[in-house]
Design a protein around this ligand. Structure first.
Ligand code: SAH
Ligand code: SF4
Ligand code: F3S
Length: 440
């Protein structure tokens, strides 16, 4: 039997696309190999959101080339980097056999040929887009699943390459989404993560044909028996309308967690980023969310060193971090992406200034997240068990409804919902001891 290996870079959407790629290769009769070395077909599902994933891919592909020269592997490159470089990919890497964009995963099988044996050498990327969601996935965990609700993004954030590589936003039809959710629940899935580049604007492009929206989708998923936790990513602050906040508050299975990417605390910079909200509007939204949903965890994404960012602008970002008191944050150094508006803006911030700012930001984010986690010590958290701890095999690991990782003592099975007594905290995790199973 021929074997495949998929290497995934980037966001959860890419991770989910990789599940579909794996499912498709298995339908073609290939088995999964434990390492690149043992595989006949190497697939790279790439990301190009910042320069770093591009560089990581470059290192991987150099290694794949050596493997191919040694024993003739088939190399397929898909995802956002492939899409962004579609004109040059085969020039840059002539040893690549197949290239495909995020919208053309459905064609990968026919391009690879039956059994992955007869690759052709050159293919266009992404001429036609389809939902990878229509392909049967290979899921890592029986009790958790991603559900793609839309593809693409209609925002025009001036730093971001995603709209260019993932295209305009298209929502999946609600009947298809609900059929998938119901099927997953029947297979034992307890936790769903709804996925879209701009997940909470779901449904807008279906109008006027269908009058629906993200709030309705949350409520419909909540009504499916067996689904105990619903998460969604990535949302945009502009689409957290009052009806969405109400649906989150009133739907028992929707988790008490909102990822609210702020990007900057300076209204001037937000405007240059084309984020469509001001610092004040954002802070009002935080208030509305916290008023509407009790015990809500808030996380965010922040970019430092956007073109023109002054020390004063950066100080405003630090102020917002303090004021909101995030439970966690992903922090990024601004990385110019060719083809985006911000890449050619004047006043690019020098590398050393960006470095110095991100260090200050990370220190603050960690201090606050540690304080927030410390507040949970002494309480009991409901945890969905995921397996053994990454750092200590004697401990179990899982996540709370607020999406914090918990390492705990006591015996529990992956997929089980348990109560954990919390007795310690770091900036990223909680520690505790098993109290009791909540439900079988
Ligand atoms: N659709 C999502 C996130 C997409 S990318 C959203 O709008 O929230 C994830 C994060 O990467 C972004 O939130 C942003 O913080 C960061 N990012 C995107 N482009 C970047 C760039 N050019 N440089 C640095 N960080 C970037
Ligand atoms: Fe990129 Fe902005 Fe769209 Fe998010 S909302 S994917 S940051 S363009
Ligand atoms: Fe990267 Fe594409 Fe996701 S650029 S972050 S893999 S949408």
């Amino acid at each position: 039997m021929k074997r495949y290996h998929v290497t995934t870079f980037g966001c959860q959407m890419n991770a989910h696309d990789s599940e579909r790629i794996k499912g498709m290769l298995e339908e073609l009769g290939l088995g999964e190999a434990a390492s690149q070395d043992e595989a006949d077909v190497l697939v790279f599902n790439t990301c190009t959101i910042r320069e770093k994933p591009d560089q990581r891919f470059a290192a991987h592909i150099a290694q794949a080339r050596a493997l191919k020269e040694r024993d003739g592997k088939v190399i397929a490159v898909g995802g956002c980097y492939a899409e962004a470089q579609r004109e040059r990919l085969f020039d840059l890497y002539p040893f690549v056999d197949v290239a495909f964009g995020p919208g053309s995963i459905a064609h990968l099988g026919e391009w690879l040929g039956a059994g992955g044996e007869a690759p052709r050498s050159s293919f266009g990327i992404g001429q036609e887009r389809s939902f990878a969601a229509d392909l049967a996935p290979h899921r890592e965990r029986r009790f958790q699943a991603w559900v793609q609700v839309s593809m693409g993004c209609n925002s025009v954030c001036s730093y971001c390459i995603v709209p260019k590589v993932r295209g305009r936003e298209v929502s999946r039809r609600p009947a298809e989404i609900m059929a998938e959710v119901t099927r997953l629940a029947g297979q034992g899935v307890r936790e769903l993560t709804l996925l879209g580049q701009n997940v909470n604007s779901w449904g807008r492009d279906l109008r006027p044909d269908l009058e629906t929206g993200f709030a309705e989708l949350l409520r419909a998923c909540d009504a499916v028996p067996g689904i105990e936790r619903i998460r969604f990513t990535s949302p945009h602050p502009k689409d957290f309308r009052p009806d969405v906040i109400a649906a989150m508050a009133e739907s028992e299975s929707v988790c008490e967690h909102a990822h609210l990417p702020v990007q900057s605390g300076s209204t001037r910079i937000l405007k240059a980023m084309k984020r469509t909200y001001s610092r004040e509007r954002y802070l009002r939204l935080v208030d509305e969310l916290r008023t509407g949903i009790s015990d809500l965890a808030l996380t965010t994404d922040i970019i430092v060193g956007f073109p023109g960012e002054t020390e004063r602008d950066f100080a405003e970002t630090l102020e917002v971090v303090e004021e909101v008191g995030y439970d966690g944050a992903f922090t990024f150094v601004y990385s110019p992406r060719s083809g985006t508006e911000a890449a050619t803006m004047p006043n690019q911030v020098p590398e050393e200034v960006k470095r110095e700012r991100i260090e200050r930001l990370v220190d603050l984010v960690q201090r606050i997240a540690h304080e927030r986690n410390q507040e949970r010590v002494g309480g009991v958290e409901q945890v969905l068990v995921e397996g053994s701890s990454r750092t200590d095999a004697l401990l179990q690991r899982g996540r709370t409804r607020r999406n914090t990782t918990v390492n705990f003592t006591g015996s529990a099975v992956p997929g089980e919902l348990v109560d954990v007594q919390i007795d310690g905290a770091t900036s990223l995790t909680l520690r505790g001891a098993l109290r009791a199973a909540v439900a079988a």
